[in-house]
Write a protein that binds this ligand. Structure first.
Ligand code: PMP
Length: 405
């Protein structure tokens, strides 16, 4: 099967590196020309600080920044701009939630249910907070094929559960849990449900009005935008009740020596100078992604995923992790090659021009559960085509020849 990508030509990285087979979208997406141009256009023709100046250039920059917020709002089908907070990324979003909502709402004896496949960006802020507060962490286990074990998950929920943290897509297994079921069960137990959409946002529609989710975070650089931006979405009634995260300029209504009054959401959560360039790149990335989806990019990625799973599954000595069905997962596939360390494998693949990630992918507890220290991971973006998978398979065969005798 040969699957070409009509989007590949949009990415200048492949003109700079014609031999590159970039299978590391899960680490960061490549940037399409229009995102690079949108960033350049702001820097060369629109640069000014936002929410400050009363001259035209600054007002236009403020409009562009708020228009970027509206693009994020529309992408998530959120109701209002007040629900969208710009932060540096998904990690910042999870730290924000732990430091604000967590500190305000959790007490000794409470419980948090957290899935076994979470990224360190979720595990570290919440487990550290929980340890300090005397909150118990309940780990929701996975089935043998890397899906959330829904029965075991439900059994962990109780009146003590205040929060459920389950990723919208695992960055290792590709698993895409049924968020509707996860959230509904959390709500039945009286808990809130926050999800890490850092990976899911690049591959699946996340409609916050339709999903029983209370907060969601994701990063711009994985959805075709630039580094340095990301968004937190939270139900407005929850967000409005939160204390500020950081304090300083741009987030206050009035300041005296005696008292400070803060602005409403979202500005009360965006202290200091905003990363306007990153927000503009973020919005340009989302516009690009929306258009790619409208032109069939999700089906394209699924075709490549099917091909990738089938061909990896047929390779001698290759063990593939995560759900076998493409219905339950996104285009992120971790695997090992018998008797070859993933780092060695990645190095051989690099000689074939294939960029994959190797390591624990910031999920040490998951790798401990899998019983291995590391995996190699191939992940797909809209630019990928069959030649990338051909090169991957060739590289794996070469590594096997060289290392396995
Ligand atoms: N969660 C998941 C599932 C991720 O893959 C990542 C990025 N590796 C993050 C959170 C953190 O995102 P960022 O580094 O952009 O803050």
């Amino acid at each position: 099967m040969s699957v070409p990508s009509p989007w590949r030509a949009d990415f200048p990285i492949f003109s700079a590196h014609p031999e590159l087979h970039y299978l590391d979208a899960a680490a960061t997406a490549q940037r399409p020309s229009e995102v690079i141009e949108a960033i350049g256009a702001f820097q060369s023709g629109g640069n000014a600080n936002v929410h400050r100046g009363i001259y035209r250039l600054a007002e236009d920059a403020t409009s562009a920044y708020e228009a970027a917020r509206d693009t994020v709002r529309a992408f998530l089908n959120a109701v209002s701009l007040q629900e969208i907070v710009f932060l540096p990324g998904a990690t910042a979003g999870m730290n924000f939630l732990a430091d604000t909502w967590g500190r305000q709402n959790l007490n000794s004896g409470d419980e948090i249910v957290i899935s076994e496949m979470e990224h360190h960006a979720v595990i570290v802020p919440w487990t550290e907070l929980a340890r300090g507060l005397g909150v118990k962490i309940q780990v929701a286990p996975l089935t043998a094929d890397g899906q959330l074990d829904m029965d075991a998950y439900r059994a962990l929920l109780s009146p003590k559960t205040k929060l459920v943290l389950v990723t919208a897509m695992s960055n290792v297994l590709g698993t895409a849990p049924d968020l509707a079921q996860v959230g509904a069960a959390a709500h039945e137990a009286g808990a809130l449900f926050f999800t890490d959409a850092a990976q899911a946002a690049a591959h699946a529609r996340l409609d916050v009005q339709a999903l029983p989710v209370d907060a969601l975070v994701f990063s711009s650089h994985k959805v075709y935008g630039d580094f340095g931006s990301g968004a937190l979405w939270m139900r407005p009634e929850q967000l409005a009740a939160l204390p500020p995260y950081q304090r300083g300029g741009s987030m206050i209504r009035s300041v005296s020596w005696e008292a400070v009054e803060y602005l409403d959401a979202p500005h009360r959560f965006e202290a200091g100078t905003a990363n306007v360039v990153a927000a503009i790149g973020f919005a340009a990335g989302l516009r690009y992604l929306e258009r790619a989806w409208a032109n069939g990019a999700q089906a394209h990625e699924t075709r490549l995923l099917e091909d990738l799973l089938e061909r990896l599954g047929a390779e001698e000595g290759v063990r593939v992790f995560g759900p076998p069905s493409t219905a339950a997962r996104g285009p992120i596939v971790s695997f090992t090659l018998e008797r070859v360390h993933p780092h060695d494998l990645a190095q051989v693949l690099d000689e074939h021009g294939v960029a994959v990630r190797a390591g624990h992918h910031c999920t040490q507890p998951l790798h401990r559960h899998l019983g291995i220290p590391a995996t190699a991971r191939a992940s797909i973006g809209v630019w990928n085509d069959s030649s990338d998978i051909d090169a991957l398979i060739e590289g794996i065969r070469d590594a096997r020849e060289r290392f396995v005798r």
